[in-house]
Design a protein around this ligand. Structure first.
Ligand code: ADP
Ligand code: MG
Length: 133
């Protein structure tokens, strides 16, 4: 079994999409192992998105992720990382495949409703970032 970190981003929480998005995971054989609804600071967002610190959109991205409540979840299934990326769809909702979460719910490339880890190493780092016990 593999684990990945999923985030329901502020745009989706704001539009009351938490349950709809959780149902997408549950209906696609993911188990939600742990979840927390939190509101992070810009400093925490900067730490979380450190890999993007050289990108032109870094500051806006961190402002955005800290702009309101988010739901962080550990998802588990076989091939969880890749399967979650498939279920999420492309980063830009206009390019996301029909039926994907970002196609259904994303508003724009920045307000794209969900985050998902992109590799085994990053999944471990990201899970540990929000769920250290
Ligand atoms: P993903 O979330 O699909 O893994 P990236 O890791 O490349 O995408 O980027 C992280 C987040 O940064 C994206 O989900 C999106 O919200 C934002 N982002 C990515 N590219 C852009 C861009 N060109 N302009 C604005 N925001 C962007
Ligand atoms: Mg990414």
């Amino acid at each position: 079994m593999e684990r990945t970190l999923s985030i329901i981003k502020p745009d989706a929480v704001e539009r009351d999409l938490i349950q709809k998005i959780k149902d997408e995971f549950l209906n696609n054989s993911f188990k939600i192992v742990n979840e927390r609804k939190i509101h992070i600071t810009k400093q925490e967002a900067e730490k979380f998105y450190k890999v993007h610190e050289t990108k032109p959109f870094y500051s806006d991205l961190c402002d955005y992720l800290s702009s309101g409540p988010i739901v962080v979840m550990i998802l588990e299934k076989e091939n969880a990382i890749l399967d979650n990326r498939k279920l999420m769809g492309a980063t830009n909702p206009t390019e996301a495949e029909e039926g994907t979460i970002r196609k259904k719910y994303g508003i724009s490339i920045d307000k794209n409703s969900v985050h998902g880890s992109d590799s085994l190493d990053n999944a471990k780092i990201e899970i540990n970032f929000f769920f250290k016990d």
